[in-house]
Design a binder for this molecule. Structure first.
Ligand code: PGA
Length: 297
């Protein structure tokens, strides 16, 4: 009897020990992957900036942002199609570390698609990232989940990286917002292989926060990002989920950026209005740069 109790005690202790080791390894792995995940600030100029204005803004931003850019903090400029080639040239000679992104693409490599621009064409002018699934394109051009899935596939298959936007239309509970976002991810991303998925950047943008000056509380954004990461983990495993940057977008500006960026699952921002003025945009980049995960590395 005494012997049995002793065996049971030892067995229990071993079990507890193993669980503690397992949990601490998980926490440590998550922390290491968090610290190695790049932070990212993306400027979405939308349909703004005439030719000369765009060049002037790009020059100011390039000059003031370049010192902050490193493998741990990436900055991407997404101007209109019109500015891409000129900015591509400015960003590469000499190399500034800042990357070029496009706001849209067609999913076919070439063909009779009047007015469209293909991924290989974007590639040729130095584009590395392409925005997909922005709510303005979903709503104004009726871009549905299947079309978005085709675009994502085209972007990945040409070696570029999609910045995939997701988010709920209206303020609602966390539970239903997460369910909407999960559906968007499943519909347009979960056909990807692990290799392709590892190239994706996610941007959580609650539609009601875009251009309105209203935002969710930063803690709610953290909760949503952590829910998104968990969803990716269930589909592709925890390691891959920990590697994917998840950006927040929607009225993110110099006044609130630092608060969002202190949360562990908020890896940067997709910046609309505040990217149209060099001062404001530089301050957002500075806010990310000041975070320990960037400045301590
Ligand atoms: P906003 O736009 O920063 O002006 O809200 C963000 C976006 O639409 O990407």
């Amino acid at each position: 009897m005494i012997y049995n109790v002793k065996v049971a005690k030892t067995w229990l202790l071993l079990k507890i020990n193993r669980s503690i080791t397992f949990v601490s390894t998980q926490i440590l792995t998550s922390y290491v992957l968090y610290m190695t995940r790049p932070a990212m600030i993306v400027a979405n100029w939308k349909m703004n900036m005439r030719w000369a204005e765009g060049l002037a803004l790009a020059d100011a931003v390039i000059q003031r942002v370049s010192p902050f850019v490193s493998p741990t903090l990436q900055v991407v400029l997404m101007p209109s199609y019109l500015h891409l080639a000129a900015l591509g040239a400015r960003l590469t000679s000499p190399p500034r570390g800042i990357q070029l992104g496009a706001q849209n693409c067609h999913h076919a490599p070439e063909g009779p698609y009047t007015g469209e621009v293909s991924v290989p064409m974007l590639h040729d002018v130095g584009v590395r990232y392409v925005l997909v699934g922005h709510s303005e394109r979903r709503r104004q051009w009726d871009e549905g989940p299947t079309l978005l899935a085709h675009k994502v596939t085209a972007i990945c298959s040409h070696g570029l990286q999609p910045v995939f936007c997701c988010g709920e239309q209206q303020r609602t509970t966390m539970q239903s917002a997460l369910a909407i976002v999960q559906q968007q991810l499943a519909d347009s991303l979960f056909h990807l292989s692990e290799v392709a998925m590892s190239q994706v950047i996610l941007a959580y943008e609650p539609v009601w926060a875009i251009g309105t000056g209203c935002t969710p509380a930063p803690a709610q954004v953290q909760e949503m990002h952590s829910g998104i990461r968990e969803t990716i983990a269930q589909q592709y495993g925890r390691t891959l989920a920990q590697q994917i940057p998840i950006l927040y977008g929607g009225s993110c500006n110099p006044h609130n950026a630092a608060t969002f960026f202190t949360y562990p699952d908020v890896d940067g921002g997709l910046i609309g209005g505040a990217s149209l003025q060099a001062d404001a945009f530089v301050k957002v980049v500075e806010a990310m740069h000041a975070c320990p995960r960037v400045c301590l590395r």
